[in-house]
Design a binder for this molecule. Sequence first.
Ligand SMILES: [Zn+2]
Length: 276
Amino acid sequence: MPELPEVEVTRRGLAPYVVGQPIEAMAVRDGRLRWPVPRHLPDCLRGRRVEQLDRRGKYLLWRFAHGTLISHLGMSGVWRVWPRALAPPPRRHDHVDLVFSRHLLRLTDPRRFGALLWHRADAGPVEAHPLLAGLGLEPFDARFDGELLYRKTRRRAAAIKPVLLAGDIVVGVGNIYASEALFRAGVDPRTAALRLSRARCDRLASAVREVLAAAIGVGGSTLRDFVSAAGEAGYFMLEASVYERAGQPCRVCAAPIRRVVQGQRATYYCPRCQRR
Ligand SMILES: [Zn+2]
């Protein structure tokens, strides 16, 4: 499943091909994504120039003068870039094409949990859209720090791991990166959020940023492949410290990594390096 680093790498990979470029055509072969692709979208976008490609959480925001295209990769979505002359015939899960003068962007999404929605400029700022309004801060926003994490967890009796996953304090900390950040900060994932000290909140906020930045760095190094003719974008990951390493030795202390289930999600941690 694409997490924030994949979406950010996707944004960086697509931006040079789309920003400042008008869309010549949009082909919707199967609009049955998580929500139906609006029928008027191809007409709405034809001849319009993408002014900016931004990211908010795991949403890409394609900004036009007359509105914003909101896209999401869902569970299995991938955008690929093809030089127009080299684009192969669409295959079964290639649901949408955005055609620019020299390149074609193709959305492939076998499980169809992705989304393509339109927000008109005259409906107000896209940040107020129902899908975006409740999102927490971006992890790289200067306002997300230990002080904020401390303040926002004082009434949260739940364990810190699901609190991070909830996305209302900080976005983009999915299951993998929550486990990895908690390991890096030395915090047991079962610790009640409200019991974290200010110093541990500082360490955890830094760890969140560090694991996400490292993952984006790893993905950035695959950008060349991202737009290769082979079109294999794929997902990538850091070498995990704990995630999916149950029973294997901790890379720091050699204790076996443990797995627990919290809120129906698997959590991995080192019983020696991480404390409550
Ligand atoms: Zn350890």
